[in-house]
Write a protein that binds this ligand. Structure first.
Ligand SMILES: Nc1ncnc2c1ncn2[C@@H]1O[C@H](COP(=O)(O)OP(=O)(O)OP(=O)(O)O)[C@@H](O)[C@H]1O
Length: 238
């Protein structure tokens, strides 16, 4: 497995937030993590990113135990609901940032950023500043800035939840396209049932600090706790 999580436990003081979480994820796959507010989703992502420290358990990335490696040396990208862009840099330079600090030649930066702008349908916005673009466009710039450095793993923490329904649907489609194009390996946290089903190659459900991965979408739909059956019942009863 490209990402292997073994028996992670996390307590905040005496409160057990993550009980015992283990799972594996193959490279180039997206795992959706569905769960109600407070079930420990963000805490799990923070542990994998190295922002929080677990009390027990290990994180392996590409066969290497990264549990004791500093967050900035893990090269894992963590994308939040609200995209954090550099307010004083335009769209082009926000995306180029990771390449500039790695001292890539200007011509290479230009070529890579142009390609990324094209993939993210941002070509007409390259000169704009972050305050001049919409929420969906900001989220696309944040994706571009993350993807351009080829991170081994991307952690998405409800990335589309502040967007309106239509923009959200567009972003979901775009995510599917770029995930395939850039061979992304990702964890996608959401509290939206449909989004979990759409975004994940694999789907999991988190509840009270425990996580279950389903073997298939059919199993996920049929399990009572995921809420799919009651959703279907609701529409049938209308
Ligand atoms: N730094 C912290 N100190 C103490 N308790 C925390 C801390 N961070 C999170 N918690 C608690 O841990 C539990 C899990 O929080 P977490 O943010 O992981 O939930 P979540 O599933 O991501 O929720 P949401 O969907 O609302 O973001 C919550 O009860 C929260 O109050």
């Amino acid at each position: 497995m490209f990402l292997q999580i073994n028996h992670i436990q996390k307590k905040y003081k005496d409160k057990l937030v993550i009980q015992d979480v283990s799972f594996g994820l193959e490279a180039h796959q997206t795992l959706s993590i569905l769960g109600k507010s407070g079930c420990g989703k963000s805490t799990l992502l923070k542990i994998i990113a190295g922002i929080e420290e677990q009390n027990k358990g290990d994180v392996f990335l590409n066969e290497k135990n990264i549990s004791n490696i500093n967050s900035n040396e893990r090269n894992i990208v963590y994308l939040f609901q609200e995209p954090l862009l550099f307010p004083n840099l335009n769209v082009f330079e926000n995306i180029a940032f990771g390449l500039r600090i790695r001292k890539l030649a200007s011509a290479d930066v230009e070529q890579k950023v142009e390609q990324m702008l094209e993939s993210l349908e941002l070509k007409d916005h390259d000169k704009k500043m972050p305050h001049q673009i919409s929420g969906g466009q900001k989220q696309r710039v944040a994706f571009g800035r993350a993807l351009i450095i080829n991170p081994p793993l991307i952690l998405l923490d409800e990335p589309f939840s502040s967007l309106d329904v239509e923009t959200r649907a567009t972003m979901q489609q775009l995510y599917k396209t770029i995930a395939k194009k850039f061979n992304i390996t990702a964890l996608f946290v959401t509290h939206d049932l449909k989004e979990a089903l759409l975004m994940g190659d694999k789907i999991s459900y988190m509840d009270k600090g425990l996580l279950e991965i389903f073997d298939s979408k059919k199993d996920f739909i049929e399990a009572d706790k995921t809420g799919v059956k009651s959703e279907i019942e609701f529409w049938n009863n209308l």
